[in-house]
Ligand binder design. Sequence first.
Ligand SMILES: *Cc1c(COP(=O)(O)O)cnc(C)c1O
Length: 499
Amino acid sequence: MSLKYITTREGSQVIDSSKAILNGLGDDGGLYLPTEIPEVSLADISDLVDASYQDKAKFVLKKFLNDFTDEEIDYCVSNAYNSNTFTDANITPLHVLNHKSAVLELYHGPTSAFKDVALQILPYLLTTSAKKNNDNRTYVILVATSGDTGKAALEGFKDVPDTKIMVFYPNNGVSLVQKLQMITQLGENVKVVAVDGNFDDTQTGVKKLFGDLDLISDLETKNHTFSSANSINWGRLVPQIVYYFASYCDLVKDGKITLGDRINFTVPTGNFGNILAGYYAKRMGLPVNRLICAANANDVLKDFINTGIYNRQRHFYKTVSPSMDILISSNLERLLFILSGGDKALISSLMSSLKSTGEYRVSDELLAKVQSVFSANSADDLDTIETIKRVFIDFDYLIDTHTAVAYKVYEKYLESTGDNSFNVIVSTASPYKFSGAVAEAIIDNYSDFSELDLLEEIHRVSGVHIPKGLYRLEKRTVRFDESITKDNMESSLRDYLGL
Ligand SMILES: *Cc1c(COP(=O)(O)O)cnc(C)c1O
């Protein structure tokens, strides 16, 4: 029971994992992480090869959430990963392309994006953490979303006891499919509202609500408290470590690799959460050779990994892989903390430099540590569409735009290094979720169709099933058609909570 949690910045306390999950972000602005990284032997991995995804999840979660009982972990895992929530019995199935590469499909959850893997279990981790700490308050989850996170959080928290969730999305900032997914959301404890403006307006509004002391004290009188479901919560990171183990085990089971062989993962990266989970898996003892970070035209991470300079002062591109249109990669802070040997003073100063000047630079020594594990490159929109088309023709296999960025970056890596270790391309969304760009790649007269009709058309051309969560969205009952100005976010929330 020695594993505890601290933050990446100065002045943090040492707490248990359940507290870290409840707190979300440290008081000092830092991110929580474990004081040590649990070790896993090859014999342990060998034992996992024939285990179910659920048992692999229990194995990994128990190592990190060591103040949870076995019963509590079992409860969280079995509610999150089952045949009601994921359409594939393997939860995160592996699609082998050839003797040297495979695609890890993380998009078989209810919203067809990889965020489901973490957001299906987070509500259970959160409510279990509250119970463990004798906290009987109702947790009110507030989310500002540019698309994928809002819907995945709604599906995760839908009808979970002792929680309520309210999602604000920008009226002009999400796709039609994403909007329909949210405004038709089912569940008794959910609320969705459109806000006039862009994503930044919406996010700024939500941050203001989180910090509104009057509102917080009114919540307390109702025995309610705020929480957030965003990707810096440790409860979102730890479930993602599982699928790195699961894919490795599947390759061993299929005879594609031998236990102990070192493999590469190429990960389409935005906030650095997914690839950081891969780094934790490697540090635990999973035989990983390199982690290849794939960026779109917003290539701030590629530049950082190649030069040691993180500079967010650059043009922001709206790309066909919008979930990676990010210039501040929050989870990188955790990696820098680990690689600097827990140098809190350094991390505090790097992050304050990022805030004040938009830039920081790490030492050559720290950069060398980053580069000993990570490689990075980028792919633009033209590359992305061309790659979807080529993979579809060569392998009769359809990938989404984010996965295509990873595929292209893997090809560049292979060409420049000749490293032919087995490579797993991490696939983060169903091709139907980004149907416009996918149709452009595989359907000649795609512009003759409306955004929604394209789904049927992609199905006709590819034969891939339309996920049930995206099927005939326009036929569902709209439950949330409220649209407000950003000045009315507080009154809308008060109205929902009866304050
Ligand atoms: C969120 C998201 C990403 C980026 O993941 P990070 O953990 O933020 O690096 C990539 N692809 C899709 C489809 C996503 O929704």
